[in-house]
Design a binder for this molecule. Structure first.
Ligand code: HPA
Length: 270
């Protein structure tokens, strides 16, 4: 794995000249438009980076964008890889190790998620403060090359970065929720019974991503901030059937606020 990470990072460095990112951004379904706020972007397609998995999902562009967001050098992944695409978790998290090798110290992960907490509404942003991994798999299985095996997950979502995000949310008048994200494999949406189970075990939102990347980031000591866009209420809570189109439409609605928030937060991450 280390050699592959090295080769991918070298190929990227050749295109970047002297610039090195300080903050990584992984953009979820329908949230890729946030890269518009990156100045002087250098765009590199996943397919031109050695060993990079290629995203196959609508709403996920599949490229890395390097440049400055509010004067902070960032590396944004516009489009991510999901377990449900058939990749194994080592491939899903490969870009995280490449970002680490390129020098990032902090990572912002975003996703589209279904709301489980009754107080939530579509359009809300939720700061993730903990997760429940229901993938039945873990990206660190069989891999001790990129960091230790038995890593602490009790403060996986940086309390310090959550505080910054809350302060900025207040300043901007953006209502922020906070809660637990449950990660399912997908790609089918959950059944109403599964959503009742998730609620009973303490989940506030549900999605199909983020958790593998956060585990990998923590293995290599990257600080993480993660934000869910509640694009829909989860199955059985939502009055209608779920569709990927609804999720993309919901993401479009919260994207502006997410972008305003991230532009402020990123300034304090350097
Ligand atoms: N379930 C799972 N993943 C999702 C959902 C959902 O309701 N909405 C957006 N991503």
């Amino acid at each position: 794995m280390r050699n592959k990470v090295e080769e991918a990072a070298k190929a990227i460095e050749n295109r970047l000249m002297a610039m090195r990112p300080a903050v990584g951004l992984i953009l979820g379904s329908g949230l890729g438009g946030i890269v518009e706020s990156i100045k002087n972007p250098v765009v590199i397609g996943f397919d031109s980076i050695p060993h990079f998995p290629v995203s196959t999902v609508k709403g996920h562009a599949g490229r890395m964008i390097f440049g400055k967001m509010e004067e902070v050098p960032v590396a944004a992944m516009q489009g991510r890889i999901h377990y449900y695409e058939g990749y194994d978790l080592k491939q899903v998290v490969f870009p995280v190790y490449v970002l680490k090798r390129l020098g990032i110290k902090k990572l912002i992960v975003t996703n589209a998620a279904g709301g489980i907490n009754n107080e939530f509404e579509p359009g809300d942003l939720m700061l993730i403060n903990d997760h429940i991994n229901l993938l039945g798999d873990n990206p660190l299985i069989g891999q001790e090359e990129m960091g230790p095996r038995f890593i602490d997950m009790s403060r996986a979502y940086s309390p310090e970065l959550i505080e910054i995000a809350k302060r900025k949310g207040n300043m901007l008048g953006i209502k922020l929720r906070e809660g637990v994200y449950a990660c399912m494999t997908g790609p089918s949406y959950e059944t109403p019974a599964e959503i009742r189970m998730l609620k009973a075990i303490g989940a506030d939102a549900v999605g199909m991503s983020t958790v593998p990347e956060v585990i990998a980031a923590r293995q290599c000591e990257i600080k993480v901030l993660a934000v869910s866009c509640i694009t829909n209420m989860a199955a059985g809570i939502s009055p209608h059937v779920l569709s990927h189109e609804e999720v993309l439409e919901g993401a479009r609605k919260s994207e502006k606020n997410l972008e305003r928030l991230l532009k402020e937060v990123v300034k304090e991450m350097i």
